[in-house]
Design a protein around this ligand. Structure first.
Ligand SMILES: Cc1cn([C@H]2C[C@H](O)[C@@H](COP(=O)(O)OP(=O)(O)OP(=O)(O)O)O2)c(=O)[nH]c1=O
Length: 197
């Protein structure tokens, strides 16, 4: 049997292996993966919410002209007070981020954008997490593990940093990079269904 559906093709506009795995978790396999390389510099005084939405949107818009089908992209940042923490550039920055997050509450914001035809829909999901106080040694060991690489805020809750998170309110999948409930709804409206509906 060939492909009997007339569902549009799905293009995942992301280099994140987490986003691909999260989609697989709800039975969605993109036909193509095309990471979008955009300038991730926040504008002066740009609010975190505005920034993360703009990033998700710009990733989708960058791919739109050359890409048919439905495009899914997302962006995740950690927000501590008024500071936006993206992916640390090096181990020293990862350690600085973890010192900042130690013993405090912070937010993880993930925006997801779905472009279909000339329409673009987005959702922003915010999760609040509280970290236990982290000792210098814990931070050193964590940075040495390398798990901070490519992760907003310098940690991955789905790995050993799960032990740092003593409380959270929001969406676990959003923290890992893609809010599954909201993504499923956006994709369904664009004609793409997973195995959960
Ligand atoms: C806070 C946190 C982030 N992350 C990841 C999710 C994202 O992949 C990454 C944030 O970087 P992003 O810039 O959102 O995404 P990316 O560079 O990985 O991929 P692309 O831009 O191509 O879509 O941090 C975790 O995996 N676990 C966590 O606990």
């Amino acid at each position: 049997m060939g492909d009997m559906t007339d569902a549009p093709q799905l293009v995942l506009g992301s280099a994140s292996p987490r986003r691909l795995e999260l989609l697989a978790q709800i039975g969605i396999t993109p036909q193509k993966i095309i990471p979008a390389d955009i300038d991730e510099t926040p504008r002066p005084n740009e609010a975190a919410r505005d920034y993360v939405r703009r990033m998700a949107r710009e990733k989708a818009q960058k791919l739109r002209p050359a890409t048919d089908g439905v495009i899914l992209s997302a962006d995740t940042v950690v927000v501590a007070g008024r500071r936006i923490l993206g992916k640390p550039a090096d181990p020293a920055e990862a350690a600085r981020f973890l010192h900042l997050l130690s013993g405090r509450r912070h937010k993880v914001m993930t925006a997801v954008a779905v472009a279909a035809g000339d329409r673009l829909h987005e959702r922003l999901v915010e999760t609040t997490i509280r970290f236990a106080p982290l000792s210098d040694q814990q931070i050193k060991d964590y940075v040495a593990s390398g798990e901070w690489q490519g992760k907003a805020g310098g940690y991955a809750i789905q790995g050993r940093a799960g032990a740092f998170a003593i409380w959270m309110q929001g969406s676990f999948s959003a923290v890992v990079g893609l809010p599954l409930a909201e993504t499923a709804v956006l994709l369904k409206h664009a004609g793409i269904k997973g195995q959960t509906e």
